[in-house]
Write a new protein. Structure first.
Lengths: 233, 233
């Protein structure tokens, strides 16, 4: 298979169909824009499964995505998209960079979710931008931005409910969107403990990549716990 | 007169009418959130005059402001407002912090203006925020934000034309808005070479506070030049 792209946690391979790609999930983990590096045993297997389950739930509820199907333990088939150079961060509770940036205690509740967009640009450190920057720098059109915010709001509501039934508070998460060949914008990239903050509803125990970022231990166990709650097994 | 507030470049005094205040313009200049300090001779006199002329032009074109009248060389009478904790930055050409933050050469033209909002918070260094932060942190209501963007767009168009007739390119500027006693949002604070980037249309010579920030010399002369072009004298 021809490697098209290698990211921090995934590889993208070409298929015989030029409109489809294979996403291969690695065990590599990075944090702080690549400053901290390591591996989390079986992370690739767990995130492949977790992300597939979340995508299938979202698609069942009408969200358009790049996902086609799981192929095996570490591989997914997906439609090829041009990823928009934006990270959409959805915050339901203040944590992580927002807590640091605004000096607000982690865990502070907010009355309404915050949707942030960051310019995916390693050289600049993925800075927060306003909608106007995205338009002026031609990162997305006005219509695409409106659609992305609408979808993010829909996905947030769906995921809050989804995780709630498993005893998990969805604190915040990151989304990426891509453009299909025909121009349609769809949800892309993974949704997993790598890209979400997931706290146990009872104990507030962190069940996500913060265990790696902050050296909290029991990292693989946390990812396993999320998969266990998703599958009920 | 009772001093109500002292800022970096101005003092605010009470008047006999509790709905009105006196704004006193000082010669003090600061840059980099107060890191660089100095004085620019006669700046208070020049900015009082310049800001009054700009406000009168905007009000003639329907912009609602806090301004009542000039009282003397350094003092203006204005309606008392609660200043919203937001700085609205309007960019027509990339310069200053945007050039640094996004590694874009100063002077780069953009197809559409960028309106940024920053949280006025010295402790945080006045960080750029998205609209959603302003709402979640209760810095302004959704309706107030919409009004502020609408007014900023109107003011930008008016000021571009105004300065153009004087051979000046309006590169970027900062606005502040305040809430009158009855809740109405109005334009407040000064508009002057302290708060705008103004480049000579022919030579691109900087006629604004960047001469102080960057030690370019002829600082007072630049402010004089702006007043000269505004008054035609």
């Amino acid at each position: 298979m021809k490697l098209l792209y290698e990211g921090k946690a995934k590889q993208i391979y070409a298929t015989d169909d030029q409109n489809q790609i294979i996403i291969h999930y690695k065990d590599d983990a990075t944090a702080g824009n690549g400053v901290k590096k390591g591996t989390i045993e079986n992370k690739g297997i767990l995130n492949n499964k977790i992300s597939a389950l979340i995508y299938m739930y979202l698609m069942k509820h009408g969200v358009k995505t790049h996902f086609i199907k799981e192929l095996n333990e570490r591989d997914q088939l997906a439609y090829k998209v041009d990823i928009l150079p934006l990270e959409v961060i959805c915050r339901n509770v203040i944590a992580g960079s927002a807590a640091a940036r605004y000096k607000i205690p982690e865990g502070t509740k907010i009355d309404q979710p915050i949707y942030e967009i960051c310019w995916k640009n390693d050289d600049l450190g993925d800075p927060l931008i306003a909608d106007n920057h995205a338009l002026a720098f031609k990162l997305a059109t006005k219509e695409e931005l409106a659609y992305i915010y609408e979808e993010t709001d829909k996905i947030n509501k769906l995921l809050i409910e989804f995780f709630k039934t498993m005893g998990i508070n969805l604190i915040d998460f990151k989304l990426e969107f891509g453009r299909l060949k025909d121009g349609q914008i769809v949800l892309a990239d993974e949704i997993s403990p790598d890209t979400c903050r997931l706290w146990d509803s009872q104990t507030n125990e962190k069940l996500d990549k913060d265990r790696f970022r902050r050296d909290l231990g029991n990292i693989e166990e946390a990812y396993h716990e999320i998969l266990k709650r998703l599958t009920g097994k």
